[in-house]
Design a binder for this molecule. Structure first.
Ligand SMILES: Nc1ncnc2c1ncn2[C@@H]1O[C@H](COP(=O)(O)OP(=O)(O)O)[C@@H](O)[C@H]1O
Ligand SMILES: [Mg+2]
Length: 248
């Protein structure tokens, strides 16, 4: 479904992704794991097209700061040069790291704003699904989103991406800054989205521990370079992963 080949991304002359390749088959749950600054967000922005968008703006401004090599293929089509909105139309949707919400609008309004291009019946259906996925959100329906907790806002952010009807959902560090209990709620929701909604999911994380047990396949990156890859079970068994991510 998604294939990323030899990605090379520079900011000025600092390399953020160094010849990184990966692929995701339909229906799979795949992780890209790496510590802070490893290149996870750069990867997500490259796949979602945000980096193409930023680059286009910079070229118009007269400076070219980002250099991008490599190829992104989605369902057999080369989408490397497409803008983010064109990728969203194809079903490739990113929930950004600390995804922005509309703090002055209430929870349901946030979901509706995200689904503004869709039919009313579909919007209603998806909102119901979001409440099924995150039951705690239902009683907070009319709460201003800015007054929700970090974890609740993260649930709303994921809900907003579901409103767009993704085929492939990209989740950039959804567990960042959340309590262990909230992390578990989100991890359970990720499993459900894959099983119930049939979504293909790519998740980036610096916390390997809650993620490795649920993934089909994972890629470990350091300084933008692939250091290891394998199934969740293989990675959990690896001494290097244990040392780096489990502190043993
Ligand atoms: N817009 C940017 N301009 C310059 N350097 C950046 C930019 N975004 C990220 N970087 C650098 O690229 C590297 C990878 O960053 P990032 O992709 O955000 O990693 P992660 O999400 O894994 O923390 C880091 O060294 C970071 O400082
Ligand atoms: Mg990041």
């Amino acid at each position: 479904m998604l294939e990323v080949t030899n990605l090379l991304v520079f900011y000025e002359n600092a390399v953020a992704l160094n010849d990184f390749s990966m692929k995701v088959d339909a229906g799979r749950l795949v992780a890209v794991i790496g510590s802070n600054s490893a290149g996870k967000t750069t990867f997500m922005n490259t796949v979602s097209g945000l980096i193409v968008h930023t680059r286009t703006k910079e070229i118009r401004k007269g400076g070219e700061r980002i250099t991008l090599y490599g190829q992104v293929t989605f369902n057999g089509e080369d989408i490397t040069a497409l803008q983010p909105n064109e990728r969203v139309e194809k079903g490739l949707v990113l929930c950004r790291e600390r995804h922005p919400i509309f703090p002055e609008s209430d929870l349901v309004e946030n979901l509706k704003i995200a689904g503004y291009l869709r039919k009313r019946s579909e919007v209603r259906e998806t909102i119901d699904y979001v409440f099924h996925l995150f039951p705690t959100l239902e009683r907070l329906k009319t709460r201003k989103a800015g007054f929700l907790s970090g974890g609740e806002q993260q649930m709303v952010a994921i809900g907003m991406t579901l409103m767009v009807k993704p085929l492939l959902l990209l989740l950039d560090e959804p567990l960042l800054g959340l309590s262990p209990i909230m992390q578990k709620t989100l991890v359970d929701a990720v499993v459900k989205m894959r099983e119930e909604a049939g979504l293909t999911i790519v998740i980036t994380e610096q916390f390997a521990r809650p993620i490795l047990p649920i993934i089909d396949f994972g890629y470990i990156i350091e300084n933008g370079m692939l250091t290891m890859q394998g199934t969740g079970a293989e990675l959990m068994d690896s001494p290097e992963v244990k040392a780096a991510y489990f502190g043993v």
